[in-house]
Design a protein around this ligand. Structure first.
Ligand SMILES: CC(C)(COP(=O)(O)OP(=O)(O)OC[C@H]1O[C@@H](n2cnc3c(N)ncnc32)[C@H](O)[C@@H]1OP(=O)(O)O)[C@@H](O)C(=O)NCCC(=O)NCCS
Length: 183
């Protein structure tokens, strides 16, 4: 789809499509090993040029299975990203937040909204995700939202330049809406 660009509003956040002028802010937030060591495909150090190149690849066309949202706190502005992409059989959701914004419930709020948006716009009934084995905060978010662990695989982490144990997870539409009842 290309027409109107989706935007999601929550209590504290606005999730909107990325813009080229987000590059300096993305570079400032992502050039942090404590963030990138948790992500598979983000190198460290992370430069402004990398942010520009990534933004240029984020086309205006989107589908529920392939979309990125800039997570904007209503006062602080852009604080992170959440999106879906398709590599394997099922669409995958990924996310990150700048370190200054951790521990305030922002990613639970953002992922909950994006997943609700996903299931409202897609006929698909399953999303996959996963975390490197040490990422207890991210696993906790996924547990709260109804993801279940499916297997332990291996993934290359560009920032750590290593192949690391990766806990793979899966979320069904039914499990998500059931989890929301108790969240
Ligand atoms: C992981 C990340 C997204 C968490 O975002 P956040 O906004 O701080 O997360 P929230 O506050 O919404 O929720 C975190 C949950 O984990 C819990 N938590 C945090 N650190 C924890 C730890 N070390 N052990 C166990 N639980 C932990 C929190 O208490 C909270 O659970 P609660 O709501 O039951 O109290 C953020 O730290 C981040 O972007 N990290 C770097 C990139 C990354 O890891 N991306 C995900 C890759 S899979």
């Amino acid at each position: 789809m290309t027409g109107s660009q989706p935007e999601i509003e929550t209590l504290r956040l606005v999730l909107r499509r990325p813009r080229l002028r987000d590059a300096p802010r993305i570079a400032a937030l992502l050039n942090d090993y404590e963030v990138t060591k948790n992500l598979a495909r983000v190198p460290y150090p992370y430069t402004m040029q990398m942010a520009f190149d990534w933004l240029i690849r984020q086309k205006r066309e989107w589908s529920p299975e392939s979309i990125t949202f800039a997570i904007c706190e209503k006062e602080a502005g852009l604080i992170g990203f959440c999106g879906t992409h398709r590599e394997g059989r099922l669409p995958e959701i990924g996310y990150w937040l700048g370190r200054a914004y951790w521990g305030k419930g922002y990613m639970t709020e953002a992922t909950r909204a994006v997943i609700d948006w996903y299931f409202s716009h897609s006929t698909g009934d399953t999303l996959v995700s996963g975390v490197f084995h040490f990422n207890t905060a991210s696993l906790r978010i996924q547990d709260k939202l109804g993801f279940v662990r499916t297997r332990i695989g291996k993934r290359i982490c560009l920032a750590q330049k290593a192949e690391i144990d990766h806990i793979e997870t899966e979320l069904t539409r039914d499990a998500f809406y059931k989890a929301l009842e108790t969240l």
